[in-house]
Design a protein around this ligand. Structure first.
Ligand code: CP3
Length: 364
């Protein structure tokens, strides 16, 4: 089967060029190459808001759903069928590799990750043994299945960033102030750095499994790292983030680096080495261009809450993001953070179409 034959419909987003991954607008934009239209995908597009997702997940706990390859393939495909998005995001969770090496944890609906025995001393580190591909056979199987189904639409693999993983492990669950996490980061630098090293190893291994199975790009979600001051990021997080991106580089797939509330960290996140820096909605993209070193594409950054406003507002704001995005060397349209659970999927569908139409009228 050719890549063209795999396109599920004839929308321009899918028929640009000759189809196939080499022509993927998403991958081209990550590489800062010319694109026929600005590519778009939505963080957290898989799962969360779609009724067909909620039906499928009925009675199946979140983490268990991630271990069923058929379910993972189906949930990853659902938004690709509904929206003209230029990429799929693998349905999994940042906690999956931790659980796979034996950390006793659960994801509770409406709460998030909960850790049975939080990590707070050197002795607690032993549970974080290295991850091998055999720990996550369901990931390999699902990614391989998806690559076949997706045809010319690239699959984005992902993992958690080390600060965000550390914060769940140390706090034992979601935390507003990250107080225990920061107490260790500030006060026990040796323990902190050993923990971060192990988490970076896990992230690297989990990304490598997804790339080996066929993922075309990866995103590191260091979602909660925005709570750290720039100087502390430089000392306590950057070396680990840098190692993650350096170890993935030889595999040849674009690397995206994202966190929430990271306006003050954008320059350092660029220095960490990814090809694309994700920007939340707080910093306009043309301003972000000045904060990130040259040679990077940007991803973002419509406030997900804008989608609850009347369509005229959504359209005006989305066009503004596109205009500002033109000042970047490459731009991938996205939300500034994930799709919110109560969003109407029809608004996302319309937004994906708008991004394509507006950027085709006036291509880069
Ligand atoms: O669509 C996608 O982006 C793909 C799948 C994905 C999930 N989690 C599935 C999921 C991705 C990329 C993630 C990443 C993730 N997981 C992050 C970073 C992304 C971000 O939003 O910043 C974080 C911090 C987590 C940890 C986590 N898992 C949280 C905070 C929650 C939400 C808890 C809740 O119910 O509010 C989860 C659960 C989760 N992960 C769901 C999904 C679809 C919802 C679970 C459900 O419906 O039962």
């Amino acid at each position: 089967m050719t890549a063209d034959a795999a396109y599920p419909n004839d929308h321009p987003a899918r028929t640009a060029g000759h189809g196939g991954l080499a022509e993927s607008p998403f991958l081209l934009a990550c590489r800062r190459r010319p694109v026929p239209h600005t590519p778009v995908w939505f963080m957290r597009q898989a799962g969360r808001s779609l009724p067909e997702y909620l039906r499928l997940r009925e009675g199946v706990p979140m983490l268990e759903s991630c271990t069923r390859p058929e379910m993972v393939v189906e949930i990853t495909m659902q938004p690709v069928r509904r929206y003209t998005v230029d990429a799929a995001i693998f349905y999994s969770d940042i906690m999956v590799p931790l659980r796979a090496v034996g950390v006793d944890l659960d994801i509770k609906p409406g709460i998030g990750p909960v850790i049975a025995d939080p990590i707070r001393s050197a002795a607690d580190l032993d549970v974080l043994r290295p991850l091998v591909p055999d720990d996550v056979p369901y990931v390999t199987e699902a990614v391989e299945g998806l690559v076949g189904e997706l045809g010319g639409t690239p699959l984005i693999g992902f993992a958690g960033g080390p600060f965000t993983l550390a914060s769940y492990l140390i706090e034992g669950g979601p935390s507003k102030n990250q107080e225990r996490t920061k107490a260790i980061m500030y006060g026990e630098p040796e323990l902190w750095s050993r923990l971060m090293e192990r988490l970076a190893d896990l992230t690297i291994a989990f990304l490598k499994v997804q790339i080996a199975a066929g993922a075309s790009a990866v995103q590191v979600f260091d979602s909660w790292v925005g709570s750290v001051a720039a100087q502390d990021y430089r000392e306590s997080v950057l070396p680990h983030a840098r190692r993650i991106f350096a170890e993935i580089e030889p595999l040849g797939v674009p690397r995206i680096h994202f966190g929430v509330g990271t306006g003050e960290l954008l320059g350092l996140m660029g220095e960490a080495g990814a090809d694309v820096v994700g920007v939340d909605w707080r910093v306009p993209l043309d301003e972000a261009v000045g904060r990130v070193e040259p040679g990077k594409a940007l991803q973002g950054n419509l406030d997900p809450a804008v989608l609850f406003a009347p369509w005229e507002t959504v359209e005006r704001r989305a066009r503004d993001v596109l205009t500002r995005g033109r000042t970047a060397e490459g731009h991938i349209f996205n939300l500034g953070h994930g799709v919110l659970p109560s969003i109407d999927p029809d608004v996302l569908a319309r937004l994906a179409d708008l991004v394509h139409e507006a950027s085709t009228e006036d291509p880069r």
